[in-house]
Design a protein around this ligand. Structure first.
Ligand code: TXA
Ligand code: MG
Length: 349
């Protein structure tokens, strides 16, 4: 398939291109588009055939539901039976933005889109290009992240092209994603809302608006016997091709451990890499040392993580070691993605 790659810029949106993209969706095709979190791979949420095509393009298991993206709050009415009061409050506080809410779906929403579930995940993104595109597409765009299943979510057009060129009809090649991690997902169907995937909107930000909520216990703890409630969270994910190990402990011991491993790996002919906080960069001996940012600047680390994981792939690094980061606030989302990328391969020293 020939994929049209069209440059778009927020601030001066080319309406002709957006209309073309919208038409592709209405006709059952697929278009990748930028959002403030990561790039999405969109199809018509009400067209079961489009959802099937999304699963095929990503190589994604079809029991893994898609998020439906809308561009106006009132459009929610066509998707869900009722909006719980707490959901309403969260929408007022955080929409448009990086928050996805799960509610009971209306019958008209195809099961192909919701992975066979009777609930639907809905998000109203803040990104201008995303919203113009969703509107041009008829208002309901089902979209997972625009990566091949299992790879890190794409945070820039280059990575979307790497994974999707030849598999979909069009890529809206826009700016890099501001946030760089996928949206926070909250299940609103139970008595107490539950975070199924941590993101930029943190637990405490949500609790300030609606009071106490729960957090799926599998988010950071791989040993818990429970199965994640978001079907997508059970898959190994975000994984670079090289073997990734997270090293936890006091800073100087972590550096020493990683350097010892790096020397051993190199002797065995492996190309080595390290994910380091800014201040420790000069301390490492690996071939490729990537800067995750300042330990105190969680937004910076969140913004860089997926690009870092992809860069190791681009450079064919075989053995990657990462420092561990704080797991509070936005750090919960960072550590959730990092531990998944490492297949929960953690060394505590
Ligand atoms: O930021 C984001 O959310 C990005 C952008 C493109 O909007 N999208 C995204 O979609 O990350 P995806 O498909 O890569 O991840 C969606 C997650 C999956 O883990 C899926 O299992 C879960 O949401 N999910 C979707 N609908 C659900 C439902 N009804 N119940 C439980 N989990 C659901
Ligand atoms: Mg994804």
């Amino acid at each position: 398939m020939n994929t049209a790659i069209c440059r778009v810029e927020s601030g001066k949106i080319d309406t002709e291109i957006i209309q073309r993209a919208g038409k592709i969706i209405s006709e059952g095709g697929l278009v990748a588009f930028p959002t403030e979190t990561v790039y999405g791979l969109g199809g018509d949420a009400f067209n079961p055939e489009s959802s099937r095509k999304i699963y095929a393009a990503k190589g994604r298991p079809s029991d893994n539901p898609l998020i439906v993206h809308i561009c106006r709050e009132e459009d929610l009415a066509k998707l869900v039976c009722e909006v719980p009061e707490k959901a309403q409050k969260l929408m007022e506080a955080f929409w448009p933005g990086p928050l996805t809410l799960i509610m009971n779906k209306k019958e008209e929403v195809p099961l192909e889109t919701t992975g066979g579930l009777n609930t639907v995940a809905v998000r109203l993104p803040s990104d201008e290009v995303a919203r113009a595109f969703i509107q041009a597409a008829g208002g309901y765009v089902a979209a997972p992240s625009a990566n091949i299943s299992g790879r890190p979510s794409p945070t820039c057009g280059k990575y979307v092209k790497q994974d999707m060129d030849g598999r979909i009809d069009m890529i809206l090649y826009g700016d890099d994603s501001n946030i760089g991690l996928e949206s926070t997902i909250v299940d609103m169907t139970g008595d107490v809302p539950m975070i199924l995937r941590p993101g930029y909107i943190t637990k405490s930000m949500i609790e300030e608006v609606i009071g106490v909520i729960e957090m799926d216990q599998t988010i950071l703890d791989d040993n818990s016997k429970a199965v994640p409630k978001a079907p997508g969270m059970k898959y190994r994910h975000y994984a670079p091709k090289g073997q990734l190990v997270v090293v936890e402990g006091e800073s100087s011991s972590v550096i020493e451990y990683i350097n010892t491993q790096v020397i051993k790996d190199r002797a065995e002919g492996y190309k080595t890499g390290v994910i380091s906080t800014s201040r420790n960069i000069p301390m490492y001996k690996a071939e490729l040392i990537l800067d995750a940012g300042d330990l105190e600047k969680q937004q910076e680390i969140a913004h860089r993580l997926f690009t870092i994981l992809r860069t190791f792939d681009d450079e064919n690094v075989d053995r990657i070691y990462s420092e561990s980061f704080a797991d509070d606030g936005l750090g919960t989302a960072v550590m959730n993605r990092l531990l998944k990328a490492a297949g929960h391969n953690v060394v505590v020293i």
